[in-house]
Write a protein that binds this ligand. Sequence first.
Ligand SMILES: [Zn+2]
Length: 437
Amino acid sequence: MNLTEYIESKRDEHLNDLFEFLRIPSVSAQSEHKPDIERAAKWVADRLGAAGLENIEIVPTKMHPLVYAESLHAPGKPTVLFYGHYDVQPAEPLDLWTSPAFEPTIRGGNLYGRGTADDKGQVHIHIRALDAIRKTAGKLPINLKVMVEGEEEVGSVSLWDFVIANKPRLKADALVVSDTGMLARGVPSITYALRGLNYYQIEITGPAQDLHSGIFGGAVPNPITILCELFAKLHDSNFRVTVPGFYDDVAKLSKAERKTLSDLPWKVKEFRKNVGAPGLMGEKGFSIGEQLWTRPTLELNGIWGGYTGEGSKTVIPSKAYAKFSTRLVPNQNQDKITRLLERHIRKLLPKTVRFKLDVHSQGKAWVAPYTHPFFEVAHRALEKGSRCRASCLASDCPTKTRTLRTSTSRSKIILAGSRPSRNSTKVWAACSELPHI
Ligand SMILES: [Zn+2]
């Protein structure tokens, strides 16, 4: 039986196995799911063992365990390190799910369930591809190291510790991160650049304590109103960020890159449909692709304060809060952006309130050497598995890349977008072509 026949013959078995993985509510952010996290780590370790990998370890960390495995039986051949994560985001709000988040359901040819496309589906595909190659070819044609963590959705803190402590062990020629998106249905995609991220929380304090609006209203500052005014002023009418110096270091797009972006087989119509808003809104003077992948942004992510419970409470709150973030592009310095932003906020806020700005997390923007031969091999493999040419695109997920870059020092990083599909296992099995470079 050849590789394709083997994969086809195992389709139902593969799908049921994926369902089992998806049923584990491995939510890394919620402590009540700690036993599920442990269960998911063990599930991954067991499957890696069944796929023939060795030296399998469930590594305990300060938070959630990380699973490591390897197969090093191809002397003289390249070593590829694969990264994935088994944890998922919380499923709430539950009432927005058509079918239960942790009961995988097929509707209209699509599989729905928390983690299906991020990142359990991809992890499962890789494990099954390795298994398929080993079962049909007898052994893996390259050396492989696999690292599957359980904290991706909460900042990958322990991954950093593990990588620093295991640098020689993680050394590889190429790193495959399968945790990014595809450009569109049927368009296999390789991500070659990632925007960076600064994530902030601001606290604005007005009165020393909550006040009654009937007694104090009209004569005291309301932190929520002031917070809203502040955020309204952080963009101009062309949707450009108003922080002075924000765009100063942004790398200029070359003509070639602009052309590559405009040639991508990407449909604005489909993008609009996916967004579902009555209209789109972005920085003037740039195409949607450029706005999404090459321009820095500032987004308000959450805002709260005062009374939001049932009924009414006529309160003038003492405090108002917001979480917000900036996506950054190559050449922008995260610390400089924070300094510029803080200075601007200080200038915009009235003296009637105090504020505190905390940086919750940071990630550096990154661009890969996408002309390296490894990328060409990845293109060939994706083409063979999916029967169409892969597109290169930029995306967002910087923290992990910085950590993983440290792990592999000079290795080339390939971020492969893979929405699980009928062909996905074949695509990844085709990646076994790596030794031919
Ligand atoms: Zn992910």
